[in-house]
Design a protein around this ligand. Structure first.
Ligand code: HEC
Length: 97
């Protein structure tokens, strides 16, 4: 019984640990494609090409911080996206090629 409870809690905790790139892809479509393009190739002049490996050299938490605060022509997403969702979006960015 105790064991089953432990397993149950572990399974519940899992989604909270790993960022979800699929959820991130959905959020990217909603919030980011207007400037960064559906596939990460920019449609707004000045937006970086997110398919280039050099665009995403910063650690996940640093990229999430940039999303939170915004940068240059990019708006900040604090209040629009939860912290967790920013990491989901970053996980999606890592899948762009
Ligand atoms: C209004 C247009 C616009 C939107 C919407 C937008 N961006 Fe950007 N993004 C930019 C521009 C412009 C830059 C370059 C900023 C600079 O370097 O001055 C940028 C930069 C970035 C960078 C590089 C940041 C760095 O520190 O090197 C990432 C990653 C990024 N955007 C991801 C996203 C994601 C994810 C979203 C959606 C949540 C998003 N952007 C929405 C225009 C936009």
């Amino acid at each position: 019984m105790k064991h089953a409870l432990a397993v149950g809690l572990f399974v519940l905790a899992l989604p909270a640990l790993a960022a979800d790139p699929l959820r991130g892809a959905e959020l990217f479509r909603q919030h980011c494609t207007g400037c960064h393009g559906v596939a990460g190739r920019p449609v707004l002049p000045g937006a970086p090409d997110l398919t280039k490996p050099t665009a995403l050299l910063k650690p996940d938490t640093a990229l999430a911080a940039t999303l939170r605060s915004g940068k240059g022509g990019m708006p900040g997403y604090a209040g629009l996206l939860r912290e967790r969702e920013m990491l989901d979006v970053v996980a999606h960015l890592r899948t762009l090629r």
